[in-house]
Each structure stands twice: as C-alpha cells, then as structure tokens.
Design a protein around this ligand. Structure first.
Ligand code: FAD
Ligand code: NAI
Length: 465
C-alpha cells in the first residue's frame, strides 16, 4: 500500500456506503468511511426508510383500534387516545438502535469512521474535516437530498420536507402534500390515519409515476376510499405562510383558473436530487451528467480510475436496497472478485396500506420493449387469506413474454405486497416463466397464492375466480 492511508475510502455511510465499507473490510481491505452526520446510516436509517416505517406501523395500529376495526374481530378497546410523544419516542428508539448498530458493525469490522464532510483534493486524496487522506480506491456514496420547489421555502414547521413530516409535534388539521409519489403517499397516509385531512396535489394525471398503469389507477381509487383528497393534473404556483397556516395557490397543470387551498402543514415531496455539492468533483477530474448524477459502468466505476460511485448519487431508482447491493458489488469488484447488480430486477415497495410493490417492466414498458406479451391478473378478493382477514383490496398482475413465457414484470397491491414481491424478484432473477410460478407449490392459506394464480391466469385460467 506504500503511501496510501487506506485501500478503500467510502464517502457517505448510507445503505450504499456502510455496506460497501463493511464488505470491503470483510474482504481484507483497509477501509475508512467519511460521514458528516452525527450518526451513521445515511438518509435511510436517520430520516428515511426506518423512521417512516416506524410511524407507518404505529399509525396503522392506532387506526385499527381507533376506527373500530379491531372491535369487528372481537377485540374491544375503550377510551382510545393518541399519545403522539410516545409514537415519536418509538420512532426515535428505532433509529437509535439501527444507527448505533452500524457503528458497532464498523468497530467489529475495523472500518474507521472519519467524521466530517469530505471533499476531493485530487483523484486519490480527500480532505475530511482537518484530516487529509490518500486512498487507492474511493467510493462516492453521498446519496440524495430533497428537491426544493422554487419559491417555496421549507421552514420545517408549516412548510416541511420528509424530515419535518416525520417529526410533526401535533396532528395537522389539514395536511397538503405537494407530489403524489412515494413519500407523499406514505407520509400522507401516516397523518391521515392519525386524524389529519389530507389533500395530495399532483402535477401529473395519475399518482406514482413510473408504476404500472393499472396499479396507478387502482391506487388512486383506494387512497380516495381511505379519505385522501386527490388533486391530479394540478400545479402549485405559490405558497404563503401566515403565522401557523399556509395558503397554496394552485391551478390546472395545463393552465387555467387559479384557486387557493388553506393548510396547517404543507409537505413538499416532489422528488430527490443527488448530493455532489461541496465534493469538489472537478479536482478529481469528474463531472456530473445533466441530472446531477455521477455516471458509472457495469462495475460501478466512474470515468476516473480508482473512483467508484453507488446508490442515489448514480442513475437508477433511489432505493436503499439498490444502494446496498451496489455497495456489496463495488467492494467485490475492488477486491478483484466479480460484483454484479442486475438492475432489471430491483423491486420497489410503497409502504401504504395496502402496500404497492413492483419488479421488472410495467405493462406499458413491456409492450414497448418486447411487443407481444401476455398478462395474468388475480384479485385479492378471491384469495382465501385476504378474505379471512377482511383485507380484500388489490390484485396481482404477472406480465410474461408471449413467445417465451418468461416473466417480464410483476405488480402487486395487497396488504403484504412488499413481502410477496420477493418471490417474484427471485423467480425473475432465475429467469422463470409464468409456468414455473404456476406449477410451484404455494402454502395455503397465504397471500402468495395470489401470485401463483395470477401466473396461472397468464397461460390459462386460475382456479378461484
Ligand atoms: P444516503 O442514504 O442518502 O446516504 C448518504 C450519506 O452521505 C448521508 O448520510 C450524508 O450525510 C453523507 N454525505 C453526503 N455528502 C457527504 C460528504 N461530502 N462527506 C461526508 N458525508 C457525506 N428506500 C427504500 O428502499 N425503502 C424505503 O422504505 C425508503 N423510505 C424512504 C423514506 C423517506 C422519507 C426517504 C427520504 C427516503 C426513503 N428511501 C427508501 C430512499 C432511501 O433512503 C435511499 O434510496 C437510500 O438512503 C440511498 O442510500 P445511499 O447510500 O445512496 O445514500
Ligand atoms: P417521487 O419521485 O416518488 O414523487 C414525486 C411526485 O411529485 C411525482 O408524482 C411528480 O409527478 C410530482 N411532482 C413533481 N413536481 C411537482 C410539482 N411542482 N407539483 C406537484 N407535483 C409534482 O419523489 P418522492 O416521493 O419525493 O420520493 C423521493 C425518492 O425517495 C423516490 O425516488 C423514492 O425512490 C424514494 N423513496 C422510496 C420509498 C420506498 O421505497 N418505499 C419511500 C420514500 C421515498
């Protein structure tokens, strides 16, 4: 290693960075990870996946009791009330436990945490706070931050981003969500369940861009049924804050008469953008593409030898598991092994109730890319387990190549869709046909039987409908 301080320096300790650092250390490489936050774990563990899922789960429990749903099952509860401080307490505990866990894993694997912001001095030298280190390999895993809405200032009180929306000190009377994507629907669902009136303002004519058309339509129907007000094809042209209230000016996306909406809290969730500010990429000889991302090849190498990039800062879906898998692959590539991520099979899950999950091509994409396709659909209302527990919303949709029968995409709306999608991803990774899924024995009674029946519907007929 001659005059290098480290074999590998990872910048950023999110799911991409911390996994890359641990894997590199496991492979015998002397590894450090620079992180400017007070705690390790990045967006996902600190202000993303983990705290949001802690609140989603807690708010579901509250709603089950409060709405009288549990009473239907013979579980009676009286004087139900919300202790929001306790709910936030368990969220904070979940984050503390997991971020502390990464610190423990760093120590266990001898990954050195360099505390502070990192910026390049040259292609192999990085300054972190007041220390300058040289590394043979540098992995950029700096993640992403909230995309701001021009002219709308986030104050984290009345106008919040996802971080503020996780920490609201009281349930807002009216929450207006700008952007009907994943964050808007997940966090809108949390506060809706806890009693807020929720209005989602979405620029496009449907929620959840990028998802399968049938799924987007069905999701909109379900969210409306749950009481969410949807203002589709609508744009926000201004937000003014007066004390503890906000007034939004909205108009049709295509132009037309403006109107106003009053809100107690406005959540801006119109997407996220890669973090490269302050990295001094130019000193390393690197540049970003038009979308601000760092381009990489199949091995996750950038245009500069010895510099690699993974996760939200690179093209592709901004998902924790994509970042994690890239973290493992990049460390293996640096160690001289063969690290591969199959970017065609990355599942995505929206953790609403029911959950919405997808892997592979949508029907629209499959028609465009493959041409002749076959589609099998099975409704959850015909699935015995869904019926038994009284949660019958949703469906499973399997899309296959008409010529080869190979599965191209699977889309699910069901209470445990996030768990069910794993079998679809595995089947696709193994190059399965719809017949393979249809003839795989599935345990009864499980929600997963709906995947089998949707696969049967691709080729012929399912049994239970
Ligand atoms: P990040 O997790 O963003 O980590 C990057 C880290 O780098 C940060 O800690 C940052 O402080 C640090 N950093 C940046 N620049 C520097 C620098 N110059 N020097 C030192 N450190 C630096 N994804 C899912 O798959 N499932 C979910 O359920 C899910 N829920 C989410 C909920 C919310 C509210 C949000 C906002 C996101 C959610 N995501 C979810 C997305 C997920 O959080 C990201 O895809 C994931 O965190 C990306 O990982 P990463 O390692 O690329 O970057
Ligand atoms: P998103 O890209 O999912 O949704 C943004 C929405 O805002 C889109 O529907 C878009 O059409 C709309 N929009 C954009 N500009 C607008 C405007 N001016 N007015 C009204 N609507 C507008 O982004 P989101 O929800 O902010 O999430 C960011 C990222 O975080 C996502 O890419 C997602 O991958 C990740 N994430 C993943 C989660 C999961 O896996 N469960 C949970 C939360 C976030």
């Amino acid at each position: 290693m001659a005059d290098y301080d480290f074999d590998v320096l990872v910048i950023g300790s999110g799911p991409g960075g911390y996994v890359a650092a641990i894997r590199a250390a496991q492979l015998g490489l002397k590894t450090a990870c620079a992180e400017s936050r007070e705690t390790l774990g990045g967006t996902c563990l600190n202000v993303g996946c983990i705290p949001s899922k802690a609140l989603l789960n807690a708010s579901e429990k509250y709603e089950e009791v409060h709405s009288g749903l549990l009473a239907k099952y013979g579980v009676k509860a009286e004087n139900v009330s919300l202790d929001l401080d306790a709910m936030h307490g368990q969220r904070i505990e979940a984050v503390k436990g997991l971020t502390g866990g990464i610190e423990f894993l760093f120590k266990k694997n001898k990954v050195e945490w360099l505390k502070g912001r990192a910026s390049f001095e040259s292609a192999d030298t990085v300054k972190v706070a007041d220390r300058t280190v040289r590394a043979k390999n540098i992995i950029i895993a700096t993640g992403s931050s909230v995309t701001p809405l021009p002219g709308v200032a986030i104050d984290q009180k009345v106008v919040v981003d996802s971080t503020g929306a996780l920490e609201l000190p009281r349930v807002p009377g009216h929450l207006v969500v700008i952007g009907g994507g994943v964050i808007g629907l997940e966090l809108g669902s949390v506060w809706g369940r806890l009693g807020a009136r929720v209005t989602v303002v979405e620029y496009l004519d449907q929620l959840l861009p990028g998802m399968d058309g049938d799924v987007r339509k069905e999701a909109a129907k379900l969210f409306k049924k749950q009481g969410m007000e949807l203002r589709l094809s609508t744009k926000v042209t201004g937000v003014t804050v007066n004390g503890d209230k906000a007034t939004l000016t909205i108009e049709p996306s295509a132009g037309g008469a403006a109107e106003t909406l009053e809100a107690d809290v406005v959540l801006v969730s119109i997407g996220r953008r890669p973090n490269t500010d302050g990295l001094a990429l130019d000193k390393a000889g690197l540049a970003t593409n038009a979308r601000g991302q760092i381009e990489v090849d199949d091995e996750l190498a950038t245009a500069v030898k010895g510099i690699w990039a993974i996760g939200d800062v690179t093209p592709g879906p901004m998902l924790a598991h994509k970042a994690e898998d890239e973290g493992i692959a990049v460390a293996e590539n640096i160690a001289g092994l063969t690290g591969i991520v199959n970017h065609d099979v990355i599942p995505s899950v929206v953790y609403t109730h029911p959950e919405i999950a997808a892997v592979g091509l949508t029907e629209e994409q499959a028609k465009e890319k493959v041409g002749e396709i076959k589609v099998g659909k099975f409704p959850m209302l015909a699935n015995s387990r869904a019926k038994t527990i009284g949660e019958k919303d949703g469906f499973v949709k399997v899309i296959a190549d008409a010529k080869t029968d190979r599965v191209l995409g699977v889309h699910i709306i069901a209470v445990p869709a996030g768990t069910m999608i794993a079998q679809a991803a595995q089947a696709m990774e193994f190059g399965a046909t719809s017949e393979d899924i249809a003839y795989t024995c599935h345990a009864h009674p499980t929600h997963s039987e709906a995947v089998k029946e949707a696969a049967m519907a691709v080729r012929d007929k399912p049994i239970h409908i």
